[in-house]
Design a protein. Sequence first.
Length: 126
Amino acid sequence: MLLHEFYFGNLGGDGKASGASVELLKAQYGSLDAWEQEFRQTGLSLGGGSGWVVLAYDPHQKAAHTYWLWDHTNSLAWGTPLLVMDMYEHAYAMDYGANARGYIDAFFKNVQWDEVNRRTEQAKAR
């Protein structure tokens, strides 16, 4: 349930990345494009299977990392989810069939970066 709440909460935007989360990603990955490529590839690796792709804030390193979660019983040992993408087939099969890439493209066009930024600022303040 929690991953679904994060997932639906970070949808509904225009997909235009900006703000605190972008600065965090640039610091960790060198560029927003480099991070996005890794996030997308992680999603594609789960296409046709199941799982989640999560961008999470690690307070020990004060950095963001992309993780994959196999299912609802496996989660991060430490970290705060900033952006969550559901890669279970039920999330996209009705609209995209086996086209996981099309689903991921649509996901990125609909990310609500204001929510991701709110989560980022909240996680960094803890």
